[in-house]
Design a binder for this molecule. Structure first.
Ligand SMILES: Nc1ncnc2c1ncn2[C@@H]1O[C@H](COP(=O)(O)OP(=O)(O)OP(=O)(O)O)[C@@H](O)[C@H]1O
Ligand SMILES: O=P(O)(O)OC[C@H]1O[C@](O)(CO)[C@@H](O)[C@@H]1O
Ligand SMILES: [Mg+2]
Length: 328
């Protein structure tokens, strides 16, 4: 039998990503459209534990579609990983009369949602919001497209200096253990080499490639390194290794860091967030739970949390071949 759905809570959790605001807006407005009460929960699972709620109406989410970050704020909550923390969260949901949750975040957020939903028999639907694009069952996560454009923009600027000074630049991009940003932004920015956690190319191959580049007449180079890459312990160590192994190489390191998570979302991310926000509310109305709404081949799909958290989306290793050929 269908349970009555009167009140949905929405939160953002884990690293913020551009387009999270657009997703909250879509959830709120879908609730207004279907005449369901909506509450925003501040600071992710930590706000759930502390009872930090605010009623959201269609007008509370005005002027948000273009804004980066998340106006509900985000957090990484250690307390939510404990049974005591989850019990407090459940108590607060009941006290507020919330019947179901929409959680916007990454794989960690979905792990938390899966345990909580199962333990307390509570309906939860997830929306993939992370720049990492590391969630199985969705072709894209909200924020990934914007982050790619930010990285390509930054590397275009770095290229000016690399070129003017005949330097080799190592540029570190985010992706704790996922190479999607490095691989796609690397191709888009015309990098010589792309180092990703999924594929350890080895130090020797890297040196050979640099020597080949020099012989072919290149005077400057850009190597994009995902932060989770396995070759060096860290990017600075890798820079030292290259400088000490090859003659006449002036190496500089740029760590792009959190600029990749900020900024106004791209049109793609705004549309994706809008579709997934509505998809999440409609899934709950259809009595679906324990799932993530994602996008596959342009269609909105429902994927069980268990599958979404079972590993990363497979990376398209053919892109390495594209990079090798185009950087010859
Ligand atoms: N095993 C778990 N059990 C309960 N809660 C969890 C678990 N793993 C993660 N969480 C909760 O989810 C929150 C967000 O997870 P995490 O910090 O890994 O970010 P994420 O959602 O993967 O996003 P991103 O990778 O983009 O930063 C954690 O701070 C924690 O509160
Ligand atoms: O500084 P924070 O918030 O711990 O986040 C860093 C991590 O979050 C992510 O950007 C994802 O949001 C990872 O790629 C990165 O390792
Ligand atoms: Mg994650």
């Amino acid at each position: 039998m269908k349970k009555q759905l009167n009140h949905i809570g929405v939160l953002t959790s884990g690293g913020d990503s551009p387009g999270m605001n657009a997703a909250i807006r879509a959830v709120t407005r879908a609730c207004a459209y279907y005449k369901i009460n909506c509450s925003g929960i501040y600071r992710g699972y930590q706000g759930l534990i502390e009872g930090d709620f605010k009623e959201l109406t269609a007008r509370s989410v005005k002027n948000l579609i273009n804004r980066g970050g998340t106006f509900l704020k985000s957090a990484r909550s250690e307390e939510f990983k404990s049974p005591e923390g989850q019990q407090k969260a459940y108590h607060n949901l009941k006290k507020q009369g919330i019947d179901a949750l929409v959680v916007i975040g990454g794989d960690g957020t979905f792990k938390g949602a899966e345990y909580f939903g199962e333990s307390f028999d509570f309906p939860i639907v997830g929306i993939p919001g992370t720049i990492d694009n590391d969630i199985r069952g969705t072709d894209f996560t909200i924020g990934y497209d914007t982050a790619l454009n930010t990285v390509v923009d930054a590397i275009d600027k770095i290229r000016d200096t690399a070129n003017s000074h005949n330097r080799l630049f190592l540029v570190e991009v985010m992706g704790r253990d996922a190479g999607d940003i490095a691989l796609n932004a690397g191709i888009g920015a015309g990098a010589e080499e792309i180092l990703i956690p999924e594929e350890n190319l080895g130090k020797d191959r890297l040196l050979e490639s640099l020597q080949r580049s020099r012989k072919s007449g290149k005077t400057s180079s850009i190597i994009v390194v995902a932060e989770g890459d396995q070759i060096g312990k860290n990017i600075f160590e890798l820079a030292d290794y290259i400088e000490s192994s090859l003659e006449n190489y002036e190496v500089r390191v740029t760590v792009l860091g959190h600029i990749q998570r900020g900024g106004s979302p791209s049109c793609y991310d705004r549309v994706l967030a809008s579709r997934l926000g509505i998809g999440a509310v409609e899934a709950l109305r259809n009595n679906q739970r324990g799932i993530m709404v994602g996008i596959q081949h342009k269609k909105i799909t429902a994927v069980p949390f268990k599958e979404a958290i079972s590993g990363h989306n497979e990376i398209d290793l053919d892109l390495l071949r594209v990079s090798d050929i185009t950087s010859i």
